[in-house]
Design a protein around this ligand. Structure first.
Ligand SMILES: [Zn+2]
Length: 351
């Protein structure tokens, strides 16, 4: 049983969807209105190391609790999750930050949790809804849809979203629709290679942008040869005070803000790689706007957006650069659930 046709109306304030955001450290569940208002949101730790079963049990309990708290008729459900995953089968494959989540049939699990009647949820017509469509996509595609519908990508039919976080990923809206690809894995822009015989990447290729410029990669490169100032910043932030604190991407950003020359050199090279990768993506997708999001990019702010914008637009082919702007993401910490909501709303509009 699916929702009756509501084409063009999913953005209104009478539509409500359940939005689920699954990451390696936390899971969030919300009820979101069609206009982007978050009615209820709750977060819990994923505790990924304890395996999928306990996490999924707590997740389905949370879904039912949030649904009951919102106490509105639910029109659909969207899930954004770390990939790789199979969006058409609704199955999570084996994300690196979700150990042992091998072929987890997440859509079926959530759909069953939503089938259970919740006494107070009654449709305007008086019929109780027992189930809704549940759709799954990866977190980068979710964020792309979220920024397109509610954030910095509004009103743009050709949008490229790039997330620079622990890893690097992306999503693309082409002619107004999310680009999916042959098996739902399009726009892995973190694995654009900018050095054909360069540094090895976990994906098996070489010279990938992610293996040089992601938050993890920058921290790893900085740790290999830290400046005294970077070392001191990491140690000062270490509550344990053992003097052997792990250098993170945040410490690198702090050292660059201070103008520490060695860390600034590492940063400049990182921006050149990001800029070259984004220029290639602009050449491939011809976007009107590029939205850059993700935790690492958000923390660095204009320190990253500025040089990446300049380098990418200088390097992309002129006719494509001429129509393209590069802007920061707008949705901040709510991007996970707003992205998941956007997945559900796009699905409702397709029906
Ligand atoms: Zn790669």
């Amino acid at each position: 049983v699916t929702t009756p046709a509501r084409i063009g109306t999913a953005s209104d304030a009478n539509t409500h969807v359940i939005a689920i955001d699954i990451g390696g450290t936390k899971m969030a569940v919300a009820v979101v209105r069609g206009d982007g208002h978050i009615v209820v949101q709750q977060r819990i730790a994923t505790d990924a190391a304890r395996g999928p079963e306990q996490a999924l049990t707590r997740l389905t309990e949370l879904v039912r609790a949030v649904r009951a708290e919102a106490n509105v008729a639910i029109d659909g459900c969207g899930i954004g999750s770390a990939g790789p995953l199979d969006p058409r089968a609704g199955v999570i494959l084996s994300p690196t930050n979700l150990p042992d989540w091998d072929r987890v049939p997440l859509v079926e699990i959530v759909r069953r949790a939503l089938m259970a009647p919740v006494g107070t949820v009654v449709r305007a017509g008086g019929t109780q809804r027992l189930g809704v469509d549940v759709v799954l996509d990866n977190d980068a595609n979710a964020a792309c849809l979220g920024e397109h519908r509610f954030g910095a990508g509004r009103g743009v039919n050709d949008l490229l979203y790039m997330t620079v976080s622990t890893g690097i990923g992306g999503g693309a809206i082409v002619d107004g629709r999310l680009l999916s690809g042959a098996n739902g894995n399009a726009v892995e822009i973190g694995h654009i290679s900018v050095a054909h015989d360069g540094w090895p990447c976990a994906c098996g290729s070489r010279g990938c942008v992610e293996a040089f410029a992601s938050g993890l990669s920058v921290a790893r490169r900085a740790r290999a040869n830290p400046s005294p100032r970077l070392r001191a910043l990491a140690d000062a932030a270490d509550a344990a005070g053992h003097g052997d604190a792990q250098i993170t991407a945040e410490h690198v950003v702090a050292a660059v803000r201070e103008g520490d020359p060695q860390t600034v050199a590492l940063w400049d090279e990182t921006m050149r790689v990001l800029g070259a990768g984004l220029a290639s993506a602009i050449n491939a997708f011809n976007p009107k706007r590029v939205v850059i999001g993700g935790g690492f990019a958000h923390g660095a702010g204009e320190l990253m957006i500025g040089p990446v914008r300049t380098l990418a637009l200088a390097r992309a082919m002129q006719p494509l650069a001429a129509v393209c702007e590069v802007v920061p993401a707008a949705l901040g910490a709510d991007i996970g659930v707003l992205g998941a909501a956007a997945i559900a709303l796009a699905h409702l509009e397709r029906e």
